[in-house]
Design a protein around this ligand. Structure first.
Ligand SMILES: Cc1cc2nc3c(=O)[nH]c(=O)nc-3n(C[C@H](O)[C@H](O)[C@H](O)COP(=O)(O)O)c2cc1C
Length: 365
């Protein structure tokens, strides 16, 4: 029996490059800019190309790349104002942000942009140096998720109910009525792969975003989450990260990957790996994002090479359909040269995916 996620067309998102340095920790040329003019044009190209979502990033300070960072909520609003259909997901970090402020900001953006196109990605934090730099307490791994869960419960409560009261360990509300409420309930995404992340997704989030992985690795996570979600009477959709290298021939695509790795900045990659592994390793079961990442994997911030969307449009389309078959609802994509490659993806890969989904063409043996 097919699940709803297998029936709906798979969705596509791209990482908004609102931080400098692109999405690979490498000195290879990246024709990508973090400035607004570049991003505005990129968003317009992406919605024309058939992308459903753009995902912004939040960083308060540099570390291992990303020297400059534009703030995610204001940047997302500007991208919505420059587009017509694209949904934009604003990254939110509990700690620096408070749910009352976020609920209000996002409701206002929803009104300013016509309703239904702003979403949030609640990220629980991996970079201790950032929290220290801005004077925020650094909670241990599972405590960060306990706080994020309360954050999401508070957001959803504020957005949907009048006289909202909540008595958590981190947040409290007393008969609070947000006015105006958003025109449409904003979707709530979350990022992370640890057991705590999966447990939270199975309880409160609308979407679970995870790092790149093999089809088998992703299937194991999805089976775990969907079983737990069913027990909680909750349903959650799944988005998977992938660094896409689509070229006319497989040799060209593989050569680009080899060059990215060959030109990787080893000090930055290793330093990023040490910091990032705190996130996954410090989870009690040691299964979080990056817990098992190799040097090569870490050259892409979110293990995007592992998903292997690297090759010809046909190969990539087939692998996307294989991801869909294990329950993936959305592919979150990163690129070396965003504007050119998002357009190429829309022209060459996406139509093949739609044909495969409709069963119009057969999968290669
Ligand atoms: C798709 C995705 C997007 C993320 N975006 C951000 C971000 O913008 N800022 C941030 O600090 N962390 C971000 N993270 C990191 C997560 O919040 C989390 O700290 C990390 O994935 C480790 O979680 P884990 O230990 O549960 O695996 C993101 C993670 C994923 C999977």
């Amino acid at each position: 029996m097919s699940t709803p996620s297998q029936q709906a067309p798979i969705k596509f998102a791209y990482w908004v490059p609102n931080v400098s340095g692109g999405l690979v920790v490498s000195n290879i040329e990246q024709r990508t800019s973090w400035d607004f003019e570049y991003n505005k044009k990129l968003a317009q190209i992406a919605e024309k190309a058939g992308f459903d979502y753009a995902l912004s990033q939040i960083r308060f300070t540099a570390g291992y790349g990303a020297e400059y960072q534009h703030e995610s909520v204001s940047f997302s609003h500007a991208l919505l104002a420059a587009t017509e259909k694209l949904n934009v997901i604003a990254a939110i970090l509990p700690g620096p942000w408070d749910p009352a402020v976020v609920a209000k900001q996002i409701a206002t953006i929803d009104h300013l942009t016509g309703g239904g196109r702003i979403a949030v990605n609640i990220v629980s934090g991996w970079f201790k140096g950032e929290f220290v730099a801005i004077g925020q307490p650094w909670l241990e791994h599972d405590e960060r998720y306990r706080r994020s869960q309360e954050f999401i419960e508070a957001l959803k409560g504020i957005w949907s109910r009048d006289d909202f009261s909540y008595h958590g360990d981190f947040y409290r509300f007393h008969n609070y009525s947000l006015k105006p409420k958003p025109l449409k309930q904003p979707e709530v995404f979350q990022g992370g792969s640890s057991r705590a992340a999966r447990d939270m997704a199975a309880k409160v989030s609308d979407w679970y975003f995870t790092n790149g992985n093999t089809v088998e690795g992703i299937k194991a996570q999805i089976d775990d989450i969907r079983a737990k979600a069913a027990a909680n009477n909750h349903s959650v959709k799944i988005g998977v990260n992938a660094f896409v290298i689509a070229r006319d021939t497989e040799e060209e695509a593989r050569a680009v990957l080899a060059e990215i790795i060959a030109k990787a900045n080893p000090e930055a990659v290793n330093a990023f790996g040490d910091a990032a592994k705190q996130a996954g390793k410090s989870s009690p079961e040691g299964e979080g994002n990056w817990a098992k990442s190799t040097f090569e994997d870490l050259v892409q911030y979110n293990d995007g090479f592992k998903t292997n969307l690297i090759g010809t449009p046909q190969q990539i389309a087939e692998r996307i359909v294989a991801l869909k078959a294990v329950g993936v609802d959305l592919v979150l994509s990163g690129f070396l040269h965003f504007q050119e490659e998002v357009a190429y993806f829309g022209e060459k890969v996406l139509p093949l995916v739609r044909e495969l989904e409709a069963g119009k063409v057969a999968l290669a043996a």
